[in-house]
Design a protein around this ligand. Structure first.
Ligand code: C2G
Length: 153
């Protein structure tokens, strides 16, 4: 009797926090099904993603620990997915603790610790900070170069 595990996420700018969660969930059973939030659903969640849904779905499907990646279109599809895929365990990061307890009627619900120090939001902030630092360095370099050029004019 195989144990099926189900989770959902945006998985934007896929990183090791996502991987840790998916691998831990896969280790809890024999088959892992992952719902990847569509761009439209992310808009509902108030999340702006960098990577489009088609590519986020392919990345998740391409993982060794994932058996099936499906689209997550809305909050209410979980119960149907649990029945459709004969799910034994629904798991998600503990930032969602308590949000999906009602699914206990259908399957076991687990909330797993998040990986500290990494998130898609932090990655976006780091990239925008790099852009800012880069621009400041370029401005300084430009100032220095302009001063040198003036001396030779
Ligand atoms: N996660 C984690 N550690 C991190 C970052 C994320 O364990 N450092 C987990 C989250 O707890 C979540 C999963 O990775 O279980 C995916 O995170 P997101 O892509 O941010 O997904 P989210 O927007 O929370 O979507 O219906 C449920 C939602 O679709 C969940």
């Amino acid at each position: 009797m195989s144990t099926v595990v189900l989770t959902y996420g945006t998985f934007d700018l896929f990183h090791v926090g996502h991987l840790n969660l998916l691998q831990r969930l896969r280790d809890m059973g024999d088959r892992l099904v992952v719902g990847v939030s569509t761009d439209e659903f992310n808009a509902l969640k108030g999340k702006r993603t960098i990577i489009r849904h088609e590519d986020r779905l392919r990345i998740v499907q391409g993982l060794k620990c994932v058996d099936l990646a499906i689209a997550e279109h809305h909050w209410e599809q979980k119960a149907d997915d649990i029945r459709k895929h004969d799910v034994d365990i629904f798991g998600i990061g503990e930032d969602w603790k308590g949000h999906f307890d009602e699914l206990e009627n259908l399957c076991k619900v687990v909330y797993l610790p998040r990986t500290q120090g990494i998130s898609s939001t932090q990655l976006k902030q780091a990239m925008s900070a790099l852009d800012k630092v880069h621009l400041d360095e370029l401005k300084q370099a430009l100032g220095t170069l302009s001063a040198i050029v003036e001396r030779f004019d």
